[in-house]
Design a protein around this ligand. Sequence first.
Ligand code: AMP
Ligand code: MG
Length: 346
Amino acid sequence: MHTNVWYVDENVDSEKSYPQIVEAAECLKQNEVVAFPTETVYGLGGNALSEEAVAKIFQAKGRPADNPLIVHVASRPHVEKLVTSIPKQADDLMNAFWPGPLTIVLPGGQSVARNVTAGLDTVAIRMPNHPVALAILKAANLPLAAPSANLSGKPSPTSADHVIHDLSGRIAGIVDGGSTGVGLESTVVDCSGDVVTILRPGGVTKEQLEEVVGEVKVDPALSDDGQKPKSPGVKYKHYAPTAPVTLVDGSEKHLQTIVDKRRAEGLKIGILATEESKSLYQADIIIPCGSRDDLISVANRLYDVLRQFDESDVDEIYSEIFTHEGVGAAVMNRLSKAANNRVIKE
Ligand code: AMP
Ligand code: MG
């Protein structure tokens, strides 16, 4: 399949019409799938009302069919058409964080294509805060199912190049609107019960949610492997480069000792460091992932750094760890998955 690439300015006015966006929206209306930037990562969009379009998303990504998709909308009336009710807490969260990196799981979902929700009686919805994503949603005038635009299991794409690398030839087109913002996927919260529950940590932190709705729970499955997660996608190994990643919970000196030992055995080793620590290490490749003083910069860089390790020929990757506070919760959630939960404690 030929994959069209449309270049647009990342600051398009989502109220205006642009020929590239009109073409991309036409493709979506014909139930083809198109990748586009959002403020979290690039999404692979398809008409959420069409089983045919949604099937193409699963096929292009190689995504397991039991992992439901997030539906993206540009306006509140679209939400109301897709759900059976909007609980008060959900309404407050929408007012506080939309458009933005917060996905809300709501009762309903009977009006989207069957394969969007993987048979659940809830539907996950988000209004993205990116002018290009909003312009496409408005031009298509459809709710769009849009998971991250990567091959399933690979780090999510934070640039159009990442999307081209994974999906060129597998999808109808890519709208290239530069790099994404947050760099990690949205926070997913369940608002179908009494207490708002975080199913996946992301760009909006627990602390921020609590300011709006009071008590917020975290799905116990996020910290306990034995539990069945309420968000089916959370159980999959994810975000992983080809070489195995191990997290090192200890000093830089300890991390270096481990690396020295493996290199003495003839292995090529990569280190995921920070701007502050990169010059302290010796390895075959050392990639700084933002600054330890600014967790948002770590979130921003993470997927690109994991992909850079894939471009190198290292045998193993060792990574520093970060705090679980604030955005750190999302960073550590993704890093732990990239590492398949392998941690060495000093
Ligand atoms: P992705 O589209 O790759 O960012 O992943 C979407 C995430 O949202 C996955 O972790 C899904 O399991 C989760 N999700 C989507 N729909 C639902 C739903 N109805 N209930 C719970 N989790 C959901
Ligand atoms: Mg994904």
